[in-house]
Design a protein around this ligand. Structure first.
Ligand code: SF4
Ligand code: SF4
Length: 497
């Protein structure tokens, strides 16, 4: 057992109100510089929709992430030793500015200093890249709230495999219900961005697993941009270097939550430490699609297990980090309750940001504007959810519904149970029966309710002390301390460029 620690995250999608406060908090701190105008290290997408950059989930187009080769090896889709040099000069799968958008501002002078006249002065948009006047034709949230056109929703890659009936259900979604999908870098356990860099500029911090780009080593080859299937590394056209979400590590090192977490209006975000077994990473990343979620969960270790604690201590993980892992909200959502799922696990980067899938608003049974049923039928069946199950399964289950249905059924059971306790129009016996069917106890339901609805700032963000000095010592001697300097099976295709 090779125990390592990782700062991990959960986003609870039923709580996101799509306010974009998180995106702006990040933008104001990190990407308000020249060359970063188009970057959104944190962005919030409307689902169904094509997202940012457009259709980022379509790996037939972008070829990000990993694939299992016939010889059983795990290979990068975007590059290889033989393709490294040619890809430097032209990578056909690289997103272009059209896939993002051309950032713009306005000539405010023309608005404020316009001479008096009979017409209304306007500020025309100008490109922040060329400085020329431009017509705005796309933006980072062009399809926000399904705005603009059904074209975006109808081209969501997660519609793949949906039946005509499910697509019809989706039409109802477009009229009534959609959900928000906030995204940041997943700080993956098997990051394809790190493995793809010919200069060895990307690395995963030994002490907490945060994935960073060393700006001094980066040569701007943009291999990471092509290799990340989530498109969460970006090229700065001004500095000629690539950049990405740093999980606000300077804030974490001083005990503060990342800005997007701290500012989240819906309180959807949770952060905490997970301990995992790095020796099993390669084996798990090669599992068949339908076993990936179980495999991913299985390498997350119980921080209260004596053997895990001992192995963690032997690997140099500080006692205070182990204690932090023991009260991690992420461990509860992901491992204990099995409510949170990784996005697109089939990309095989082993993301460490997990999502509680949306149960969506309750569909009540009404007659003459009166709720006729106050039984459990008041809550729609999971199978009848407005967002088709297969759509959610494509996003959070590699196309398989099993783990998703489990998470949704448990959420529904908790809702019914709390309604039985607080409103009283459903019997406790009925609610407890639903809990049993959802593999949940009353105590667990209370704990889920508490962490979802009542928890404090300190319970949502359990930030370990960082011990930077000791971590730097560990990095000097990676073999002895087995830090996350690099995994044998994902060496860069050609280091040293
Ligand atoms: Fe790298 Fe994963 Fe972040 Fe993409 S999401 S930049 S692969 S760590
Ligand atoms: Fe959603 Fe929170 Fe971002 Fe608002 S701040 S869009 S609630 S993740």
């Amino acid at each position: 057992m090779n125990v390592r620690s990782q700062i991990s995250m959960v986003f609870h999608l039923d709580k996101c109100i799509g306010c974009h406060t998180c995106s702006l908090a990040c933008k104001n701190i990190w990407t308000d510089r020249k060359g970063t105008e188009y970057m959104w290290w944190n962005n919030v997408e409307t689902k169904p929709g094509t997202g940012f950059p457009t259709k980022w989930e379509d790996q037939e187009k972008y070829r990000g992430g990993w694939e299992k080769a016939e010889n059983g090896k795990l290979l990068l889709k975007s590059t290889s030793k033989s393709k490294t040099v040619t890809n430097l000069f032209h990578n056909p799968s690289m997103p272009s500015m059209d896939d993002y958008y051309e950032p713009w501002t306005y000539k405010y002078d023309e608005l404020f200093n316009a001479p008096e006249g009979s017409d209304q002065p306007t500020a025309r948009p100008i490109s922040m890249v060329t400085g020329e006047y431009m017509n705005v034709e796309a933006g980072p949230n062009w399809d926000d709230d399904l705005g603009g056109s059904p074209v975006y929703a109808e081209n969501d890659p997660n519609l793949k495999g949906l039946t005509p009936d499910q697509r019809a259900q989706l039409s109802a979604v477009e009229r009534l219900v959609f959900f928000y999908f906030p995204r940041i870098c997943n700080h993956c356990l098997n990051p394809s961005c790190v493995a793809s860099c010919p200069s060895g500029a990307l690395y995963k911090r030994g002490e907490d697993g945060i994935v960073l780009i060393d700006q001094k080593r980066c040569r701007g080859w943009r291999s990471c941009v092509a290799a990340c299937p989530y498109k969460k590394t970006f090229y700065n056209w001004n500095t000629g270097k690539s950049e990405k979400c740093v999980l606000c590590y300077p804030r974490l090192e001083t005990g503060q939550a990342p800005a997007c977490f701290h500012s989240c209006v819906g309180r959807i975000r949770y952060l905490g430490v997970l301990l995992y077994d790095a020796d099993r990473l390669e084996e798990v990343a090669k599992l068949p699609d339908d076993q990936l979620i179980d495999g991913h969960r299985s390498i997350i270790l119980n921080p209260n297990d004596a053997a895990v604690i001992q192995a963690a201590q032997q690997n140099g993980i500080h006692d205070s980090v182990i204690e932090s892992a023991q009260s991690s909200p992420v461990y509860k959502f992901v491992k204990e309750w099995k409510l949170a799922l990784p996005p697109h696990i089939e990309f095989r980067t082993m993301p460490m940001l997990f999502y509680v899938p949306p149960l969506s608003p309750v569909m009540a049974t009404r007659n003459d504007d009166t709720v006729t049923s106050v039984s459990t039928e008041f809550f729609h069946d999971i199978e009848d959810a407005r967002v088709p199950l297969q759509f959610l399964a494509n996003l959070f289950g590699a196309g398989h519904q099993g783990k998703l249905v489990y998470a949704l059924k448990k959420q529904k059971a908790v809702r019914v149970y709390r309604r039985a306790k607080t409103v009283g129009d459903i019997s406790i016996a009925t609610a407890e029966q639903l809990l049993r069917e959802a593999d949940c106890t009353a105590a667990e339901a209370e704990a889920i309710y508490e962490l979802t609805s009542l928890c404090t700032f300190e319970e949502r963000f359990v930030i370990p002390p960082m011990h930077r000095e000791e971590a730097i010592e560990m990095m000097r001697d990676p073999q002895e301390h087995k830090t996350q300097v690099g995994f044998g099976f994902m060496e860069a295709p050609q280091r040293g460029l």
